[in-house]
Write a protein that binds this ligand. Structure first.
Ligand code: NIG
Ligand code: FE
Length: 415
């Protein structure tokens, strides 16, 4: 196993306590897939230095942890550009969903696509995320909505980690929408989702369970049944909560010790308190807020004051957030939600790791953590949040290995 020294860099480690966990003239030492030392080069102990078998000069570049996209719906086929046009003419997301469009139209397109083709589509999207420094992705099912098709989506998500140098976490989102074959029988559908969950979990396909708790999704009572089934299997839960209305979903999720509640534009004070009490992460999704032309802001000040950790994600999906740019999401989180650039970065690193229960191994540059990092054409990570529409990634290292830039350069995302 090689012990490698990566020197001549300014490093944002995101250690707690100091702003950005910043280190000038920094260096990192990796052994295999693990970080063994991080600090100022002048502080490197002799016993660490003597083990080094290979050196990399990072040319004075700025280094951050690999980004963690902790909320995506990456496995699907087709796009919803026509729906975008309809919304611009005045139709609302909820009206389109009620008329059988929206999620259901992506379900139809995805069911009609082979597993190999779904893998190719998801792979192209994952490589686009990597081109902006992503090394960890959470992927939800939810465009299959049958046992077979949900299983296919989750298998595709798992396979991505075999074909690309990524950490993948899978989330079962069977309770995303009621499929046509269960029309008018949403309670029966929830029963089916709970039964599929235990089978798919037995196949090793599920890391967490999510639901869409909303007027056009599932009620609080139905969400509770999904969470009870997950808890019986010892699976952690997450929730699409208070995106379009306040259903009290966040408080319910917190009562199940949810890893995260996501969206949260309509989150109430009681919801903030419940999340704070349970250490549930608030995952904010500025792409969906922007694309749906929402005007209700998530309660950022209350989340901050109550100490709820704030994460950010792309929410990549064809209906409400067809973006593959975490850097743009950070910029939007600052301009639209008034996060600070450092909060935005912590949202895509430390707090995103926590939303996936990976906080002990991912999201910081620290001895013992996985050696995932991005090398940027910038002096400081704040420069990357301030700019938008740039392509500033110089190098990407995942599990201690330099990723061949051909993996993500000239990558054509068509859908
Ligand atoms: O995170 N809100 C529910 N799920 C997705 C949208 C899915 C879709 O419209 O296809 C979201 O915004
Ligand atoms: Fe989502």
């Amino acid at each position: 196993m090689q012990t490698e020294l990566w020197r001549n860099a300014c490093i944002a480690t995101f250690h707690d306590g100091e702003p950005w966990g910043w280190i000038e003239q920094g260096a990192m030492v990796t052994a295999g897939d693990t970080m063994v030392w991080v600090g100022a080069l002048s502080d490197m102990p002799a016993h660490i230095k003597s083990n080094v078998t290979r050196e990399h000069d990072l040319g004075g570049a700025c280094v951050t942890p690999g980004l963690i996209d902790c909320h995506t719906h990456l496995v699907y086929a087709g796009n919803r550009a026509r729906e975008f046009e309809l919304r611009l003419q005045g139709a609302t997301y909820e009206e389109i969903a009620r008329a059988g469009g929206g999620i259901r139209s992506t379900v139809a397109a995805s069911r009609a696509t082979s597993e190999d083709e779904l893998l190719a589509l998801a792979g192209t999207r994952a490589r686009a995320l990597m081109s902006e420094g992503v090394t960890t992705i959470e992927i939800k099912s939810g465009y299959g909505l049958s046992e077979m098709d949900e299983g296919r989506s989750l298998r595709v998500a798992r396979k991505l980690a075999d074909v690309l140098p990524l950490t993948i976490r899978t989330t079962f989102l069977g309770a995303h929408a009621v499929p046509p074959e269960f029309e008018g029988r949403s309670d029966d559908y929830v029963d089916a989702v709970c039964a599929w969950m235990s089978k798919l979990h037995a196949d090793g396909l599920i890391d967490a369970v999510d639901a869409f708790c909303e007027r056009v999704g599932f009620s609080i009572v139905q969400t509770r049944r999904v969470f009870d089934a997950a808890t019986a299997l010892n699976l952690p839960v997450k929730l699409h909560a208070e995106q379009l209305s306040d259903q009290g979903g966040a408080a319910l999720a917190a009562s199940y010790n949810a890893l995260s509640c996501d969206h949260l534009e309509y989150l109430s004070d009681a919801g903030v308190d419940a999340m704070a009490a349970c250490g549930t992460v608030a995952v904010l999704l500025p792409g969906a807020y922007y694309f749906l032309r929402e005007t209700q802001l998530p309660p950022i000040t209350a989340l901050r004051e109550k100490g709820v950790p704030i994460a950010l994600a792309t929410d990549h999906n064809p209906g409400t957030s067809p973006t593959l740019s975490p850097l743009l999401m950070m910029n939007m989180a600052c301009t639209l939600f008034r996060l600070t650039p450092e909060e935005a970065w912590r949202g895509f690193t430390v707090n995103a790791a926590r939303a996936l229960s990976l906080q002990d191994t991912h999201g910081r540059l620290r001895a013992g953590f996985r050696a995932d990092f991005a090398v940027w054409d910038a002096e400081h990570p704040r420069d990357l949040v301030y700019r938008f529409g740039h392509h500033p990634l110089r190098q990407l290292v995942s599990a201690g290995r330099l990723v061949d830039s051909a993996t993500f350069e000239h990558n054509q995302v068509k859908n």
